[in-house]
Design a protein around this ligand. Sequence first.
Ligand SMILES: CC(C)(COP(=O)(O)OP(=O)(O)OC[C@H]1O[C@@H](n2cnc3c(N)ncnc32)[C@H](O)[C@@H]1OP(=O)(O)O)[C@@H](O)C(=O)NCCC(=O)NCCS
Length: 129
Amino acid sequence: MERLRGDGDAVLSLVAVEGGAVMGHVLFSRLCAPASALALAPLAVRADRRRRGIGALLVEAGLDRAKRDGWQGVVVLGDPAYYRRFGFRPESVADMDSPYAGPALMGLALAPGGLQGPRVEHAPAFASL
Ligand SMILES: CC(C)(COP(=O)(O)OP(=O)(O)OC[C@H]1O[C@@H](n2cnc3c(N)ncnc32)[C@H](O)[C@@H]1OP(=O)(O)O)[C@@H](O)C(=O)NCCC(=O)NCCS
């Protein structure tokens, strides 16, 4: 996450705050390709505050903001059982090359035809994970 910020690739960072303490966080970073789309990662909610909808609020608020800011799509690498509820689908990026290709790589277009191209290429920071 620090590398993403240091490289200038972090685009949108949201926190959920309760009583002045951070309960959850989500980061969206720019993709190298498609350049009009973002990657959602990481998403984390404090262990003692999970299953209260905080993760969903963070994801939905981030997607709303990304759409308003004109981003065309979002990709996420995660558990389909969790991310399907937001509209993420493996089929949306199935035709695109990526080192993370597979059922855990999902996409969501924020505009008609918004997520297209020959490949999904994450920011360089992801390669060092
Ligand atoms: C994943 C995470 C962010 C969800 O946060 P949250 O605030 O608990 O999420 P919500 O309250 O919006 O949603 C909870 C629901 O998601 C489900 N869920 C949580 N993690 C899940 C997972 N990995 N796979 C499938 N379902 C999951 C819960 O069972 C719950 O389902 P229910 O509503 O049917 O009971 C949180 O569990 C977390 O921080 N986990 C550790 C970090 C992590 O794995 N991040 C995701 C990386 S891709």
